[in-house]
Design a protein around this ligand. Structure first.
Ligand code: SF4
Length: 335
């Protein structure tokens, strides 16, 4: 039989995938503090061998944590889980209370501090205001490791946590001068609202020299706002315990996107969520690597004819120095 005389009927061709425009919000994903923290763990493994202990998830992302575990990092929540084997411990990017390095010193542990320099800056500002006689109002979320770390820079009772505008309206700090500090990863708009309330009640409230909400948080929220009104759905790639990722999802909906979802990675994302939609957006929290964004895009391509549009609102060129022991020759002492 002459096959060429009987070409494949066009009716059997795969149906065309529906078109979908995907707006990629930029900046998104890794910030300089997260990048530095991960490098510290990797370089410490190279320098000191395994295991290298890490107190708390180095950054709030399971993919990152599991990747470092595979290289020999051992994650613990407290120092007393670490044996006296001479191997170093690294403090996570979120910062630690002063009691943690003190306990490490007491055990003569080798430690490296991966606290983001922008979190350390908040610590120093809070200390400066406290030394000047002020009580500190810390705007942030109870229990978040960064908040625990910042409160733990000062003696008990020196800091009062204010979580939202409602608490700002009722908080009763001790009499005397007041200053505020904030968690670095808050919603810019919510924090402005909390500060409005506090400033009305305490007009003499002192501010940090430079805004505490960091450049990465601010830029990622601005990028999500820039795409929100054009999107019928925004997918934020990030972990449920990542403060800045959770804020991005909230910002997306408040800025006019009817629906925003937080997904840890591509395999957890159901592309059918975009059925019937024409334009969706994607962003990623500061602790989510770009490969996880690519996974989500790949899931979408399985189902749609995807057109990507980059919407970038800011360029980021910040790089933070590594701790000195990882910059200098092997004989260096650990700070
Ligand atoms: S989100 Fe901001 S404060 Fe947190 S690690 Fe990144 S740069 Fe530092």
């Amino acid at each position: 039989m002459d096959q060429t005389a009987n070409p494949r009927p066009t009716g059997l061709q795969a149906p065309a995938k529906p078109p979908l425009t995907v707006l990629l919000a930029g900046p998104r994903g890794f910030c300089a503090g997260v990048d530095r923290a991960i490098k510290i763990v990797e370089l410490a493994i190279e320098r000191y061998g395994t295991p290298v202990y890490v107190r708390h998830e180095i950054v709030h992302n399971r993919f990152v944590v599991e990747g470092l575990q595979a290289k020999g990092a051992v994650f613990v929540e407290e120092l007393d889980e670490i044996p006296d084997d001479g191997q170093p411990v690294i403090f996570s990017a979120h910062g630690v209370p002063r009691s943690v390095p003190a306990a490490a010193d007491a055990r003569q542990m080798l430690y490296l501090d991966a606290t983001c320099p922008l979190v350390s800056k908040v610590h120093r500002e809070a200390e400066r205001h406290f030394a000047g006689g002020s009580h500190i109002l810390l705007i942030g979320h109870a229990g978040h490791p960064e908040v625990v770390g910042t409160m733990g820079q000062l003696p008990p009772g020196a800091v009062t946590l204010v979580e939202d505008a409602e608490q700002a309206a009722t908080v009763q700090p001790p009499p005397g001068p007041l200053a505020y500090a904030t968690q670095t990863t808050l919603s810019v708009d919510d924090t402005a609202e909390v500060l409005d309330v506090l400033r009305r009640r305490f007009p003499e409230l002192s501010a940090p020299v430079k805004e505490d909400i960091c450049y990465a948080t601010t830029n990622r929220q601005a990028a999500v706002k820039a795409i929100a009104e054009r999107c019928e759905l925004i997918v934020v790639v990030g972990a449920a315990n990542s403060s800045n990722s959770v804020r991005l999802r909230e910002v997306a909906e408040r800025a006019g996107c009817p629906r925003a979802v937080l997904v840890p990675r591509g395999r957890d994302f159901d592309p059918a969520l975009a059925d019937g939609l024409r334009t969706i957006g994607i962003s990623a929290g500061a602790s989510a690597p770009e490969v996880l964004v690519e996974e989500v895009v790949a899931r979408l391509r399985e189902r749609f004819d995807v057109t990507i549009e980059d919407v970038t609102v800011a360029e980021e060129k910040i790089i933070f120095n590594l701790p000195r022991p990882l910059r200098t020759p092997r004989t260096a002492t650990v700070e």
